[in-house]
Write a protein that binds this ligand. Structure first.
Ligand code: CMP
Length: 143
């Protein structure tokens, strides 16, 4: 079953949106296979955002993601990688449609509430970066 990495960023945690976001993913029919509330080291943040290393906002990105606790999750389901990105909406909340998480709650491109893997390769890399294999639940039956 396809899996993806999803993270509620520090702005989403501080605004009390963990429950709302988890609820949307559950209602969609995806299954939660791992989750943890954690603070992010600069080392982990820099590895996670390695593809943006040369971007002018890289420092800002690392500062923000290490500024407070995040809620890191792994979700599974059919086409969950693309489906999660649809539910999140466009990166910039100003462009994100109403009904999407960023469209409904996001403030700015930096404070955009949530991150989700953008491809199968990113999902595999990010799941392995944020979670150990023993932290992932295996369900006997899936719906
Ligand atoms: P995310 O999905 O976490 O992946 C990379 C992040 O970079 C993205 O969400 C945005 O929050 C952030 N980002 C993209 N463009 C900018 C920008 N111009 N300024 C600050 N942050 C940005």
């Amino acid at each position: 079953m396809e899996k993806t990495f999803v993270m509620v960023k520090p702005d989403g945690v501080q605004r009390g949106l963990i429950g709302e976001i988890v609820s949307r993913f559950e209602k969609k029919g995806y299954q939660l296979v791992a989750a943890k509330l954690m603070t992010v080291s600069r080392e982990l943040a820099e590895k996670h955002y390695a593809e943006h290393k040369e971007k002018p906002f890289f420092g800002e990105l690392v500062d923000f993601i290490t500024s407070g606790p995040v809620f890191a999750m792994v979700w599974q389901g059919q086409n969950v990688i693309a489906g999660a990105r649809q539910m999140m909406g466009k990166t910039n909340p100003a462009d994100a449609a109403p009904g999407t998480i960023r469209g409904d709650f996001g403030i700015s491109v930096g404070m955009n509430i949530i991150h989700g893997s953008d491809s199968p390769e990113s999902a595999e890399r990010e799941i392995n970066l944020w979670f150990g294999e023993q932290e992932l639940i295996t369900y006997d039956k899936t719906i």
